[in-house]
Write a protein that binds this ligand. Sequence first.
Ligand SMILES: [Zn+2]
Length: 414
Amino acid sequence: MPRTISSERFRERFDRFNEIGATDRGGVNRPTLSDENERARDTLVEWFEDAGLSVRVDEMGNLFGRREGRDDDLPPVLIGSHVDSQYNGGRYDGVIGVLGSLEVVETLNDAGVETERPIEVVSWSNEEGVRFQPDMLGSGVFAGKFDVEFAYSREDKEGKTFGEELERIGYRGEEPCEPRDLHCYLELHVEQGPKLEDRDLAVGVVEGVYGFVWFDAAFEGSADHAGPTPMHLRHDAMVATSDVVDAVRRIAGTGGDDLVGTVGSVDVSPNSINVIPERVEFTVDFRSYDDRTVDRAAERVREEIDHAANREGIEADHEEIMRIDSQSFDDAVVDAVADAADALDADATRLVSGAGHDASYLNRVCPTGMIFVPSVGGVSHTEAEFTEWDDVVTGVNVLLNATVGKANERPDDE
Ligand SMILES: [Zn+2]
């Protein structure tokens, strides 16, 4: 018989936790290293300790709570997610993964279950990347993608650094943030897309994560008066930008089945009603599960940017600022999640994540898998984010059973 959690206890925890930084419209505002994020961390530490976990904080502020195994020298099973939020974000994103992992521990404690391996619950720092870029900074340093000094030097819009703010809220720990021996990593998260809801399914068994490429780009034209300047004499940076926006949509539509492309940030100067735009800075984001599809889209958008500049007689500049290959999760961990869903009779399907997650970085360190639960309307990163409670509970039950299965694997089972 599969084990199941206490839905009531978990709901009570979930609601109490989301009082921290609660917004009027039903969301939460807990951007990383804010006062609200500090209170959220304090609450986690208290609850971890109440559940008998020994708590450690590493130099990135990643928070670990460890439950001993029968053989405490074996590499642990790591489970968790993040509790920082978008500005005025939702109550589910990240939170269900961390509090769900705590609920897994409490369920095992109640039942007096020992596991062969230790289980560690983790809450990663700065997953969202809204205040300090790039996102997934805590797990990125842990996986060796970035070094700690780079992370500490990241600045928010007010010029405060990640390092200073981490120190200010008291979560700059001593433990080095670096890869260590882990048996596996499991993360429960909301899907943030419509696939599960469309098919009326409760659980997504995540097989991998899209790869992506990011560009910073700029056009430099000439500012001039919007009245006296004839059309043929204009060098309008905004017109070139709009050509690229159009091209991104066209590339995504023709470049591969699952390719998506976005111009998400546009900064126009001087941004005035009666001045021809002189300079536009903008971003481009392409994603697919197929890395070659991303490569081709990146090549095409570079050409489109150069062509748009030529047509408008202006200068173009573009730089690839980030590229992450797609991640395929470990077959055995994916199967463990699928088996747990099966044992619980949950309506599940295998799918691939369009969004990046801490699990994408952990996949470089140890065998990794993820569990998705539906996002109603496919909506996330807003206060309207919602998941039916029954689905959240089903997701945690899958996490519980997959975790127990992995935590009872002996080294010679492998
Ligand atoms: Zn998240």
